[in-house]
Write a protein that binds this ligand. Sequence first.
Ligand code: ASP
Length: 323
Amino acid sequence: MKKTLIAFAAATLAAGAFAAYPEKPVTIVVPFAAGGPTDKVARDLAEVLRKGLNNQTVIIENVGGAGGTLGAAKVAKASPDGYTLLLHHIGMATSPALYRNLPYKTLDDFEYLGMVNEVPMTLIGKPGLPANNFAELKTWLNANKGKINLANAGLGAASHLCGLLFQQSMGIDMTTVPYKGTAPAMTDLLGGQVDIMCDQTTNTTGQIESGKVKAYAVTTMKPLTSPALAKLPTLDSQGLKGFNVSIWHGLYAPKGTPKAVVDQVNTALRAALKDPEFIKRQEALGAVVVTDGRLAGAEHKKFVEAEINKWGPAIKAAGQYAD
Ligand code: ASP
């Protein structure tokens, strides 16, 4: 009886310790520069996620560099108390094959809180590029071999992966120029310092809509439906058969975060992804909010594991590594 009482008191204390979570602002680390596509998703999400987090402020901290691995490493090592979370994309699954000394274990060092969205990509060019459609771009690329600059957000970033597949499909090697995110890469593309880039629609839709960049194609098998992107052909229909890159975002916490906190953030995330305003904003940028089983932590983890197994061999075959 005494033992039962003690156990009950301990369980109550443990639950009580996090009953008020969160009692101060929660930080979401975005492993890319401010103003880019991952950052935009995080900022939109933060506004709705907070409703399920006692209305606490959700702060976005940008920790860009090394294809998102610096930010992910920071969260893997953060205190597992629910006050430091990570929003990361497909880089979570591509980095293990790319980095010889990845400073964290993707499947062991995080709590998986649920998937957020899926985002297609687009192939865009600098404003002054003398190619106005994909056929003209092909001609220009073939005529400028050895001089083409392709921007990306570092090894393992979505832009790297998409650019790598594009180079392989075209059979043309390009000089890759890495940035801390595709927000600064977009600035340089607009300024004409780099020639082309593959980037998420969440970053390119506005620039395409206003005609500030040249838009050549979407990277999905099916054309997109959002008004700004519906006219763009798929790379598959332009001769790059089977070209299909669509990326995803998920939410993570450091391993060891108490289950009560993990459950609370998961509940907040599920509610956020049903928010009509959030859904509308994501759709306008070509992104699709996740509504399926991958909202459960275990399913999210299974999905990332499958993505690691899917991309790993292709990346290794391309022989790209970083320390
Ligand atoms: N779009 C970037 C990428 O290439 C990441 C970012 O800046 O959000 O993965």
